[in-house]
Design a binder for this molecule. Structure first.
Ligand code: 6GU
Length: 227
């Protein structure tokens, strides 16, 4: 999968994909993330990409021309399956959306900044608008990093058996069960016996019960099929 990201602050996205699982995904050739600086498509020598909003009010808006030129220029070499705008008024990201997007070949992610992007760009080019939760970030970059991570780890071959996405929280609308490692006795707090006894069927059953219990207590909305 190829993911292009368009931003006015490319430095913010320099590190998130250069470590751990995202790095491995790229090293294996399963994921290719490319960050593009919107100022490459600025409208003048001042490298202008934003302007005051019509009607007045605080905050700058990313202008139509740099965005349109950037998107169209990237489209000459890539046919995008989705053009995603990261915005707090978008649809809240969940595992189902991450799963669906992980099946695509080419994604373009646009990061807003300041007050956002001109509405006409949203209507003309954007196919998906995604938020990562009900709070406001100062730009879409960190949200884009979250989205790429959530998608990237689902690509076939990225995770090995031990880190398999199949046992994640949310993958079956249940939270993950508690986990333990050595020692079996930490200051008198013991690991549940069933995990030490070596019966895989019993372990699986116990984990499922724990998942269910934890979901009932912490996220009953998930059991009702809500989001
Ligand atoms: Cl995608 N962008 C911004 N600026 N703030 C957010 C967000 C996105 N998702 C939640 N808050």
């Amino acid at each position: 999968m190829k993911i292009d990201i368009l931003t006015v602050v490319p430095d913010l996205l320099a590190s998130p994909f250069s470590h751990s699982i995202m790095k491995r995904a790229q090293d294996k050739g399963l994921l290719h993330v490319q960050v593009h600086n919107l100022r490459q498509w600025a409208i003048n020598k001042q490298a202008q990409v934003d302007d005051y909003q019509y009607g007045g009010g605080a905050g700058m808006v990313l202008m139509c021309e740099p965005l349109a030129n950037a998107i169209e220029s990237l489209q000459t070499s890539t046919k995008y399956d989705a053009i995603i705008y990261m915005t707090p008024d978008g649809k809240t990201l969940n595992q189902q959306t991450a799963n669906q997007l992980s099946l695509q070949e080419n994604l373009l992610i646009i990061c807003g900044h300041y007050k956002g992007i001109d509405e006409r760009i949203r209507q003309r080019f954007i196919t998906h608008e995604i938020s990562i939760g009900d709070y406001v970030l100062s730009g879409g970059e960190l949200a884009a990093a979250v989205l790429v991570d959530a998608i990237g780890r689902l690509l076939p071959g990225v995770l090995n058996d031990e880190t398999s996405a199949l046992t994640d929280s949310f993958q079956d609308n249940l939270l993950a069960p508690p986990v333990y490692t050595r020692p079996a006795d930490f200051r008198g707090d013991k690991v549940p016996d069933i995990l030490l006894q070596g019966d895989p069927r019993k372990v699986e059953e116990w984990r499922y019960e724990q998942s269910l219990e934890r979901t009932k207590m912490r996220r009953p909305d998930l059991l009702k099929g809500e989001e």
